[in-house]
Design a protein around this ligand. Sequence first.
Ligand SMILES: C[S@@+](CC[C@H](N)C(=O)[O-])C[C@H]1O[C@@H](n2cnc3c(N)ncnc32)[C@H](O)[C@@H]1O
Length: 281
Amino acid sequence: MLKGKPFVKWAGGKRSIIDKLIKLVPEDFNTYYEPFIGGGAMLFELQPKKAVINDYNKELINVYECIKDENKFSNMCSELNKHEMNHSEEYYYQIRNLDKDKKKFNRLIDYKRAARTIYLNKACFNGLYRVNSKNEFNVPYGKKNKVNTYDGSNLGIIHCLLNLFDIKILSTDFEEAVKDAKKGDFIYFDPPYDSDTSAFNSYTENGFDKEEQRRLAKVFKEMDKRGCYVMLSNYNTVLIKELYKDYNFNYITAQRNIGAKAKDRKIVEEVIITNYNKDED
Ligand SMILES: C[S@@+](CC[C@H](N)C(=O)[O-])C[C@H]1O[C@@H](n2cnc3c(N)ncnc32)[C@H](O)[C@@H]1O
């Protein structure tokens, strides 16, 4: 089967390092769990027959659900064509500001909300998804004269993947998302990253601080005890070294675009932590 690729640009997206990640995936496993799915690079590469995917970001998960559903999918694409035709700075802010009136926004039909999420991602500055504490999308206009919001054949591949295989889509907290994982299942945790200085972690209105990193490490250990294969990506910070000191560290360097300014685009040391050994080819 052809492989899909992320349909949104997502901070921390794994597409650029996917070859390195894949080499560390266990040979064999039962259900695949990805509790921080984001743009879905790993899911699309792995194409597991059975999976549970999740993200706390409800707007993003709504897009996955709309791509899966036949009718919503075609309505969403028509809506995207409309956004492409109407695209301008004024139009961008008109669509962006829809979430300011929460009552009205919550009544907006799901495929229109999904198209809005994709359009904003393609038309905003640097393809970032960022919300403020009121959960309002707050990335400025990207100053592009023309936007291509989707690649129909790519979305078609993802639609098939989500329908042909047994893929459960959730939007909850990561701890809840993995609660049914069993021995022999494979979990890939790709959380918002920790930082020794400052970090971009505004994918959701709640953020993801050091306490959240500690809570995640506890869940990692619980899943390890359960007999799951567990893999986690993060930066190689003081806290991460301490939290996962009993596990295997694989080091990779990656170019990360985490902010609007050139100084935020730097080479950083990333780690992939596993509770199992796998020799790279
Ligand atoms: C580093 S990104 C994942 C990137 C993804 N692997 C990719 O390739 O695009 C982290 C994701 O975690 C989500 N997130 C933040 N807090 C969460 C939580 N408590 N539970 C589940 N997901 C959460 C964010 O919405 C974001 O999409």
